[in-house]
Write a protein that binds this ligand. Structure first.
Ligand SMILES: [Zn+2]
Length: 112
């Protein structure tokens, strides 16, 4: 049990919401739960960041996708910045980094 931050009445520790006043907790337990759910479900993610993530992953196997991954990643970052509260920045950054690394690797192979 722990006290509710708003109404101070005791609530069960892992409960995501206070049964007394309805406050949704943003504590360590609740945050971890949210993060876990976001890993499983694309909740709050922009469609572009999901596509960018997959193309970034694909670029590692299919080299010509690398420039596409960078473009999609940049577009996804801008999309997320335009929509406060949306998630998927990690995927967008991953797409840019994966695309850039694959591009550099291909360039290095072609130049040697
Ligand atoms: Zn409460």
């Amino acid at each position: 049990m722990r006290p509710c931050p708003r109404c101070q009445r005791p609530v069960v520790y892992m409960t995501p919401q206070c049964v007394h006043c309805g406050l949704v907790f943003a504590g360590p337990g609740a945050a971890g739960h949210d993060a876990g759910m976001r890993m499983l479900l694309p909740v709050g993610r922009t469609g572009l960041s999901i596509v960018a993530g997959y193309v970034g992953l694909g670029a590692i196997l299919i080299f010509p996708l690398a420039p596409v991954a960078i473009i999609l990643g940049v577009l996804a970052v801008r999309d997320i910045q335009r929509k406060p509260g949306s998630h998927g920045m990690g995927r967008a950054i991953f797409a840019i980094v994966a695309g850039a690394l694959v591009s550099l690797a291909v360039a290095a192979i072609l130049l040697t």
